[in-house]
Design a protein around this ligand. Structure first.
Ligand code: NI
Length: 173
């Protein structure tokens, strides 16, 4: 497995609408493995293909807690689509590997049902709530060129981007 480069805001690939995947084959599975490895190394709970420079509708997610003795539970989602969501929303802190070390509260649906193809290309559906529901909405947004900072107020976004700029300036020193 190979660790991939993570593209950060404001790279233009993060604003693009990603293309559907035609077929799940060995080459794609290798890419899925690399994405998962990259996400684990970066200590993230989700990663979308555009974040590693590939504008395809592919997401990996793992919301397990191995630090609390849980087994790892990776999910591979090819062409994921939200087919139902609850009316109810909640507001929780989110972060993103493409917007390093920042967090903000984002409104998301409490429950979502997602249709996708898995690691073997098989059709699957998942009904999710909690952190998984948030991760699914966040990652599927990436496939449509939307970052969580696009879903917060303009003032909060400006403050967050200012902090990001400061962080990068400090890193350059
Ligand atoms: Ni993200």
């Amino acid at each position: 497995m190979a660790k991939l480069k993570i593209y950060e805001y404001p790279h233009p690939i993060l604003k693009q609408k990603a293309e559907p995947v035609a077929k799940v084959d060995d080459e794609l599975r290798k890419f899925l493995d690399d994405m998962l490895e990259t996400m684990y190394v970066a200590d993230g709970v989700g990663l979308a293909a555009p974040q590693v420079g590939v504008s395809k509708r592919i997401v990996v997610i793992d919301v397990s807690h191995p630090d609390e003795g849980e087994e790892r539970a990776p999910m591979f989602l090819v062409n994921p689509e939200i087919i139902w969501h609850s009316e109810e929303q909640s507001c929780q802190f989110e972060g993103c590997l493409s917007v390093p070390e920042q967090r903000a509260e984002v409104d998301r649906y409490v429950q979502v049902r997602v249709h996708y193809h898995d690691y073997n290309g098989k059709e699957q559906e998942v009904l999710a709530d909690g952190l998984l529901a948030i991760a699914l909405q966040h990652e599927i947004d990436h496939l449509d060129g939307i970052l969580y900072i696009d879903r917060i107020s303009r003032l909060k976004r400006q403050m967050l981007l200012k902090k990001l700029q400061k962080l990068r300036q400090e890193e350059e020193k």
